[in-house]
Design a protein around this ligand. Structure first.
Ligand SMILES: Cc1ncc(COP(=O)(O)O)c(C=O)c1O
Length: 344
């Protein structure tokens, strides 16, 4: 039987047609390589429209590189970086952050993927002690790996705390667009205006083919980035194909429309499954993911038809994700398959 992958990840989705058109539109003639081209200049301008003039923006190939290279450029190998236990950089980057930055990752358990000042405080030790890693960066994910979002005020609390301790705030914004739509704010409100210093801005999960950006809100922090990106193998020669995608994503509200659609589909899925007896919703549905626990044998049955991740084996918790491409029919067919698994 054919397995459907609609709800496994927003990465399972294809490329938005407007992005595809943008790629094709720059696929003419010759253009200077490595980002010294007119398309990259124009895409950088777009970023400045959304995030403010006083930023430095660099494009890389994927979200893992954005996180690792962004962090590498603001740390020394004797530093520590604080993140939630569930953070992508802790769980799914194959110790890349540790290898490339040399830093210690200080990992903090949370209930919903969200750090708070109170959660971070007990771990913040060793300042000035040469025997201990020196705390340098707090990294938060917006939207989190648990599908939850930080309010602007919550981010501000953490950034103020970081800055008071001469630390920096990094944000993994692989799903920043979904968070902004979920909160009904613009992209700058929950980044620049909330005190974020370094941002990984995701494109792939919101309709792009590939490409992420690293944004520095303080230009002093970016002075080594070009060299670190090249050493880190993410200075793409045919940069125009990433730049054209970002230009399209950040024009005509495409970022917003795609994320809004994905979030709405997750709400429909949530409303359909919440009343199925045997399903327990485990996280707030604030963006494009539904987290639920259900009996293991039911999960196995559904997985015969639909491919998706078990997020936490211990409590039999799954993650169902929607994307810009998910249709209402996709959702209803999936709900049918879930209901069937409980009956048969
Ligand atoms: C929160 C988060 N950050 C970063 C990434 C990394 O993205 P990529 O797979 O493009 O390296 C992912 C990918 O799933 C993610 O979910």
């Amino acid at each position: 039987m054919k397995i459907n992958y609609e709800f496994g990840s927003d990465n399972h989705s294809g490329v938005h047609p407007d992005i595809m058109k943008a790629i094709e539109s720059v696929n003419v003639g010759y253009s200077v390589a490595y980002g010294d081209d007119e398309y990259t200049t124009s895409a950088v301008k777009k970023f400045k429209e959304h995030f403010g003039k006083d930023i430095d923006v660099y494009f890389v190939g994927n979200g893992t590189a954005a996180n690792i290279l962004g962090l590498k450029s603001v740390t020394n190998s004797f530093n520590s970086i604080f993140c939630a236990e569930t953070a992508h950089m802790n769980v799914h980057e194959c110790c890349g952050p540790e290898k490339f930055t040399g830093c210690k990752l200080t990992v903090i358990p949370t209930l919903d993927g969200k750090l708070t000042v109170d959660l971070i405080k007990p771990y913040l030790i060793g300042f000035g002690d040469p025997h201990m890693a020196q705390p340098k960066v707090i990294s938060i994910t917006q939207a989190t790996e648990c599908g939850t979002v930080y309010l602007k005020e919550e981010i501000k609390d953490i950034s103020d705390f970081a800055h008071r301790n001469k630390m920096l705030l990094h944000m993994d914004g692989a799903r920043l667009c979904n968070a902004a739509v979920g909160l009904n704010v613009d992209l700058a409100a929950i980044t620049r205006d909330a005190g974020v210093d370094v941002l990984s801005f995701g494109g792939t999960k919101n309709g792009m083919m590939f490409g992420d950006a690293v944004i520095f809100f303080d230009k002093d922090l970016s002075k080594n980035f070009e060299f670190i990106r090249k050493q880190g193998m993410h200075l793409t020669s045919k940069m125009r194909y990433i730049s054209a995608q970002f230009e399209a994503l950040l024009s005509n509200d495409l970022w917003l429309k795609n994320a809004k659609h994905a979030n709405e589909m997750a709400q429909i899925l949530f409303n359909e499954v919440i009343n199925i007896s045997g399903i327990n919703i485990t996280q707030k549905v604030q963006v494009n993911a539904v987290f639920a626990s259900l009996p293991k044998e039911i999960i196995k049955k559904i997985q015969k038809k639909y491919g998706f991740h078990v997020f936490n084996e211990q409590n039999s918790e799954v993650r169902w994700m929607c994307s810009f491409n998910t249709s209402k029919k996709d959702v209803m067919d999936f709900v049918e398959a879930i209901k069937e698994a409980f009956i048969k």
